[in-house]
Design a protein around this ligand. Structure first.
Ligand SMILES: Cc1cc2nc3c(=O)[nH]c(=O)nc-3n(C[C@H](O)[C@H](O)[C@H](O)COP(=O)(O)OP(=O)(O)OC[C@H]3O[C@@H](n4cnc5c(N)ncnc54)[C@H](O)[C@@H]3O)c2cc1C
Ligand SMILES: *[C@@H]1O[C@H](CO)[C@@H](O)[C@H](O)[C@H]1NC(C)=O
Ligand SMILES: *[C@@H]1O[C@H](CO)[C@@H](O)[C@H](O)[C@H]1NC(C)=O
Ligand SMILES: *[C@@H]1O[C@H](CO)[C@@H](O)[C@H](O)[C@H]1NC(C)=O
Ligand SMILES: *[C@@H]1O[C@H](CO)[C@@H](O)[C@H](O)[C@H]1NC(C)=O
Ligand SMILES: *[C@@H]1O[C@H](CO)[C@@H](O)[C@H](O)[C@H]1NC(C)=O
Ligand SMILES: *[C@@H]1O[C@H](CO)[C@@H](O)[C@H](O)[C@H]1NC(C)=O
Ligand SMILES: *[C@@H]1O[C@H](CO)[C@@H](O)[C@H](O)[C@H]1NC(C)=O
Ligand SMILES: *[C@@H]1O[C@H](CO)[C@@H](O)[C@H](O)[C@H]1NC(C)=O
Ligand SMILES: *[C@@H]1O[C@H](CO)[C@@H](O)[C@H](O)[C@H]1NC(C)=O
Ligand SMILES: *[C@@H]1O[C@H](CO)[C@@H](O)[C@H](O)[C@H]1NC(C)=O
Ligand SMILES: *[C@@H]1O[C@H](CO)[C@@H](O)[C@H](O)[C@H]1NC(C)=O
Length: 540
């Protein structure tokens, strides 16, 4: 019975795929025809922003913001067309024609999606790449800015700093992360314990909905405005730009980074860190990066925990604070380095020898990790016992030479503890000690690397189950992970099915997201493997 069911589903998939193949050649031409005729005026001619496989720059454009080569193999499905809008009318035309000719749209800002959902789809699709829409208009006097989605966080940091070194925005740390995707899923960085997530600091937005309407906060209403600030990208429309609230940064910030191996009591120190870090003042951004390294004396592998913190203020204040709160770490005065805010951003990107212009660079070329990767996330609400950390080390030490495993523990607390769980869709607030990001990265596709390292990651995730948040086991939507569940692409996605992964990302906010989706995009035009499903939706 089970196998019959399986053959039937397979048959269904095959039949559907076949019909798509035959349909796609035509829908492709019809789609282009539609775009050209939608936009007859030379002034904002759409032909200059349309790329198909016949254009020589198609592949370079597609590649330009692929950050994970798992999604850049010969077998990875490619978009029929890439549109790089210069104007909202180009976005509207693409929505209109995609709908008319049965193509799906994937929207890409910075391309960092951990599952490649902004540029890969199992059905014939078009990519709207917002690379040309990346202006940053800073209003120093009112401490606000309008930022287009295609800007990277590096560009946003740079443009604000150019106008005022005292102002900034709480955004992701990694400079090439897109504003469009990161705000859509929350966005945390070195100011989030003081000011909240990027999404917590958005005051207006310009969105194109499934009907091609251009909406702002007032015209979209508070429900939709709530949903787009953390409900995950690609579900509700295409956000063209965001009006953000700027925040104050001091002239000097202070940084330290010290590594401790197992032989240097890394286990006990990390155990203690779980009690100390979440309770540090809002001005501190405490992170621990965990990797493996060769022990210096005999070349035996060991675990290295690097304790990193950035403080919004001077060393004269930060050093005594750390001595009081975390004497076990054995910090000395020389560990504390003062610098400007913008220098701290370079440092945290591993670019301390560069000038700040490097923040404008959108390429991958300074990435430290190998280019193939699989990631996951967890939130921790009870300190892990030392014995559990020791078990974690065994997993890390098991990784062979070809793989690089990195875990980051990002302390929560601060203002994250005070913002209500329902304020935005991001629910991981009160009671969260820290977030873990797990990454395994490797150099090559061969030797079954993907299979091997991904199963290692799944094993690690299963090991961690007892020590992290439960019912639901929470996860960060910006660290997209299809292992925790996905929509049934070829049939109907039930609310119940989606709520499995939905509650991990959003807890009970998932229900409001489904409500907003049902109200604003009942036919599920904007969809992907983990988009919010509308109620009573049936695809065929
Ligand atoms: C190396 C690296 C470092 C990272 N560091 C951090 C960090 O410090 N803090 C943090 O919070 N996160 C971090 N992330 C995660 C990052 O925030 C998410 O991957 C985020 O979704 C990336 O946004 P993007 O615009 O670059 O991605 P994209 O891949 O372009 O988009 C991600 C998702 O949002 C959708 N989307 C994109 N633009 C729009 C739009 N304009 N309107 C509607 N939907 C849209 C896409 O369709 C896709 O579903 C990091 C990721 C990587 C790979
Ligand atoms: C094209 O331009 C003409 C003249 O500028 C204008 O009247 C018309 O509305 C434009 N059409 C579109 C579709 O933008
Ligand atoms: C892609 O090729 C088509 C057909 O030659 C052309 O009309 C279009 O302008 C090209 N696109 C770009 C961005 O150059
Ligand atoms: C695009 O990326 C693929 C996979 O990494 C590579 O094989 C190809 O040469 C790249 N093409 C261009 C034009 O960059
Ligand atoms: C779109 O083009 C019109 C006319 O050229 C211009 O006024 C408008 O600012 C453009 N919009 C965007 C988002 O670029
Ligand atoms: C920036 O902030 C510092 C204190 O943090 C203050 O001394 C300085 O005057 C401010 N500069 C400007 C331009 O506001
Ligand atoms: C900032 O740091 C520099 C060098 O460390 C120091 O000389 C200066 O006094 C500091 N400025 C402030 C405002 O604390
Ligand atoms: C590790 O901890 C033990 C016991 O607390 C202590 O005696 C020892 O000096 C520490 N080692 C290091 C390298 O800090
Ligand atoms: C660690 O040691 C192994 C075996 O001696 C060696 O192959 C590897 O390159 C070393 N790794 C690093 C990061 O030094
Ligand atoms: C290597 O050195 C570490 C201490 O740095 C020690 O714990 C370990 O037992 C040594 N391994 C071997 C094989 O000598
Ligand atoms: C930065 O420059 C210094 C001195 O030139 C050099 O020792 C150091 O290795 C460089 N750091 C990086 C990350 O390139
Ligand atoms: C890859 O995995 C398959 C099946 O698990 C195995 O038969 C094959 O030998 C592996 N190839 C390599 C290069 O490890």
């Amino acid at each position: 019975m089970k196998s019959l069911h399986r053959s039937l589903s397979l048959l269904f998939i095959v039949v559907c795929s076949l019909s798509w193949v035959s349909a796609s050649a035509n829908s492709h031409d019809d789609f282009l025809e539609c775009l050209y005729s939608y936009h007859p005026n030379e002034s904002s001619s759409i032909t200059q922003v349309i790329y198909t496989e016949t254009n020589s720059s198609y592949l370079a454009l597609l590649n330009s913001s692929i950050r994970n080569l798992r999604f850049s193999t010969p077998n990875t499905p490619k978009p029929l067309v890439i549109v790089t809008p210069l104007n909202i009318s180009h976005v509207q035309a693409t929505i209109y024609c995609s709908k008319k000719h049965g193509l799906e749209i994937r929207t890409r800002s910075g391309g960092h999606d951990f599952e490649g959902l902004s540029f890969v789809s199992p059905v014939p699709f078009v990519v709207i790449d917002l690379v040309n829409l990346r202006s940053v208009d800073v209003d120093v006097e009112n401490e606000e800015a309008w930022v287009q989605s295609g800007a990277s966080v590096g560009e946003v940091y740079y443009r604000i700093n150019e106008r005022s070194t005292n102002l900034s925005f709480p955004a992701a740390v990694f400079r090439t992360v897109g504003i469009g995707g990161s705000i859509s899923g929350g966005g945390d960085g070195s100011l989030f314990r003081k000011y909240g997530l990027s999404a917590d600091n958005v005051i207006d937005a310009q969105l194109v909905d499934a009907n091609g309407r251009v909406l702002d906060r007032r015209s979209m209403g508070e429900d939709l405005f709530w949903a787009i600030r953390g409900g995950g990208g690609g579900s509700f429309g295409i956000v063209i730009s965001w009006k953000i609230k700027l925040v104050h940064v001091p002239s000097n910030v202070t940084f330290f980074s010290v590594g401790r191996t197992l032989e240097q009591n890394a286990t006990q120190l990390l155990h203690r860190w779980q009690y100390v870090a979440p309770n540090l003042p809002n001005d501190v951004y405490p992170v621990v990066t965990i990797s493996t390294t060769n022990a210096s004396e005999n070349g035996t592998k060991t675990v290295l925990a690097t304790f990193i913190s950035l403080f919004q203020g001077g060393a004269d204040e930060f050093f005594p604070l750390m001595q009081e709160r975390f004497p076990e770490l054995g910090l000395v005065k020389e560990d504390f380095i003062e610098m400007t805010w913008i220098e701290s951003l370079l440092l945290m990107n591993g670019l301390s020898n560069e000038t700040s212009e490097i923040l404008l660079d959108r390429s991958n070329r300074y990435t430290i990790l190998p280019p193939f990767a699989k990631s996951k996330s967890d939130y921790v609400r009870e300190p892990m016992p030392e014995i559990a950390l020791q078990g974690l080390w065994l997993h890390l030490l098991e990784v062979d030479e070809g793989g690089t495993a990195v875990l980051n523990f990002f302390a929560h607390g601060g203002i994250m503890e005070e913002i209500s769980e329902t304020e935005t869709p991001y629910p991981h607030r009160k009671g969260t000690l820290y977030k873990i990001s797990y990454v395994i990265a490797w150099q090559e596709e061969e030797n079954n690397n993907s299979q091997r390292y991904i199963s290692w990651m799944r094993k690690l995730y299963s090991y961690m189950g007892p020590f992290v948040s439960k019912s639901p086991r929470e996860a960060y939507v910006n660290y997209r992970d299809l292992d925790i569940g996905s929509n049934n692409y070829y049939g109907k996605t039930s609310y119940k099915q989606a709520s499995n992964w939905g509650r991990k990302y959003f807890k009970n906010n998932f229900d409001r997201l489904v409500y907003v989706k049902t109200k604003t995009d009942p036919k599920n035009f904007f969809k992907h493997e983990q988009s919010i499903p509308p109620l009573l939706h049936y695809t065929s």
